[in-house]
Design a protein around this ligand. Structure first.
Ligand code: FCB
Length: 458
């Protein structure tokens, strides 16, 4: 026997019933942006702004999944996954953000959910993966409370229409919606605001809580409701006190401003100090934290890399004038660990630390699913880098289980190469290669490897 043959299968040691899955999101794969009454989303508008996305690309046509979904369901079946994480496009259901639901949009997801269930694949449905109806952005977007209320209404419409979905996720990565979208301007709607971004973060959380309550009122037996956060441990770049403080500020911005209200029922105590001048929290109302901290049935964690943080001069030295997430931190790239094809740091221990850290910090932590984890490159079919990345992160997930964290499943990002937001189509995360000119799908080496992991063969 060779050393390779002696190695235990990757899936060994994961509990019976552990969910193996793959993930996508609506705007990144569906295309068909004008089909069946779909309204414009903030991403359709953002992609038209010169320079907003690489090569001016947009989610049209992406993988044309709206028309080719039966083939994609077959790819999932061939992979042998027990679950598929998809998102519903709000602008397909309520093209203006509210009002009368568009039946054709709902029918699309009904057919998809039925086809998945026929193949024994459990749908995990995310209600909001960044594609806000443009009509709502024009009325203030996530800066205003009304959007949170509209979101709860939309959640109730989708929930009522889609039967056979045991796992409902309200939001994907509210950090990216709020900070990347409203403070940094790198994502839709492309705003660069301080106060607006803080308000967006809060209203996203309120929208989440209102949606949880609405779904729970109507939940069918066995349905579970959760939220997905992107988490990156913030590691001080050096042992200095300054870098430790910088890492703590970064941890607040990326992780704690979401985990603490959701799981602990309170905003972090250092929020006003870190955000300085923009800390006018007048958008908060009494009772909001109770809404936001409605108990969850599960938490989704998206993990890609940790952040190494060093203290840096504030862009605006006068705290009274300081704005928009100017938190005196610079991210650094220490020597050592390798990087992905996109230059993202490969540090699987960050996933273990994230999971064990959550369990240590929050006594009320519900069961956790790793709802995204994956490797980006330029699309090599013999993607040994992706296989190594996934193997290492599965080992980290397994280590967290051994540490006692209740991890129930793992979803690879992504089933298909797709529209990688501002990076456009050049950044590819798929287990399956997509030729965008012909829409031909070709499974990569990682697809066969993950299939064999799930089957217990490697
Ligand atoms: C996450 C997003 C997902 C995808 C991956 C690479 O932040 O949720 O849509 O773009 O990154």
């Amino acid at each position: 026997m060779t050393a390779t043959e002696e190695r235990a299968p990757v899936a060994e040691g994961f509990p019976a019933g552990f969910v193996w899955g793959a993930a996508t999101s609506a705007y990144q794969i569906e295309g068909a942006v004008d089909a069946d009454g779909r309204g414009p989303s903030i991403w359709d508008a953002f992609c038209r702004v010169p320079g907003a996305t690489a090569a001016g690309e947009s989610g049209d046509p992406a993988c044309d999944h709206y028309r080719r979904w039966p083939e994609d369901v077959e790819l999932l079946a061939g992979l042998g996954v027990g679950a598929y994480r998809l998102s519903v496009a709000w602008p397909r259901i309520l093209p203006e953000g509210g009002g009368r639901p568009e039946r054709r949009g709902l029918d699309f997801y009904r057919r998809l959910v039925d086809a998945l269930r026929e193949r024994g694949i459990t749908p995990f449905v995310t209600l909001y993966h960044w594609d806000l109806p443009q009509a709502l952005e024009e009325r203030g977007g996530w800066r205003v409370r009304d959007t949170a209320e509209r979101f709860a209404d939309y959640a109730a419409v989708v929930h009522e229409a889609l039967e056979g979905v045991p796992y409902w996720t309200t939001l994907n990565e509210p950090y990216c919606s709020a900070v990347t979208g409203y403070a940094e301007g790198r994502h839709a709607p492309g705003a660069r605001e301080g106060h607006g971004a803080l308000a967006a973060a809060h209203h996203l959380l309120v929208g989440h809580g209102l949606a949880v309550a609405r779904l729970r009122e109507r939940a069918r037996p066995g349905e579970r409701i959760g939220v997905t956060l992107n988490m990156s441990p913030a590691v001080p770049a050096s042992p200095s006190a300054e870098d430790a403080a910088a890492a703590r500020r970064m941890d607040l911005m990326v992780n704690r401003q979401f985990t603490e209200p959701l799981l602990g029922g309170a905003y972090p105590g250092d929020m006003a100090e870190v955000y300085g001048e923009i800390s006018d929290f007048s958008f908060r109302r009494d009772g909001d934290l109770a809404v936001i901290s409605e108990p969850l049935d599960f938490l989704g964690v998206n993990y890609y890399y940790p952040i190494h943080a060093a203290a840096a001069p504030y862009a605006q030295p006068d705290p009274a004038l300081r704005s928009a997430f100017d938190i005196g931190v610079r991210t650094v790239a220490p020597d050592g660990p390798p990087v992905t094809g996109l230059g993202w740091r490969i540090e699987p221990d960050g996933l273990r630390d994230t999971l064990t850290g959550l369990a240590a910090r929050f006594p009320r932590l519900p069961p956790v699913f790793v709802t995204e984890n994956g490797y980006g490159d330029d699309g090599d079919l013999d993607d040994t880098g992706r296989v190594a990345y996934l193997a290492a992160h599965l080992a980290a997930t397994r280590a967290a289980l051994d540490d006692g964290v209740d991890v129930r499943g793992y979803f690879c990002w992504s089933l298909l190469d797709n529209f990688e937001w501002a990076r456009g189509y050049a950044a590819r995360f798929g287990l399956v290669h997509v030729d965008y000119a012909t829409q031909v799908r070709t499974p990569k080496a990682s697809y066969r490897w993950y299939r064999d992991v799930i089957a217990g063969r490697v």
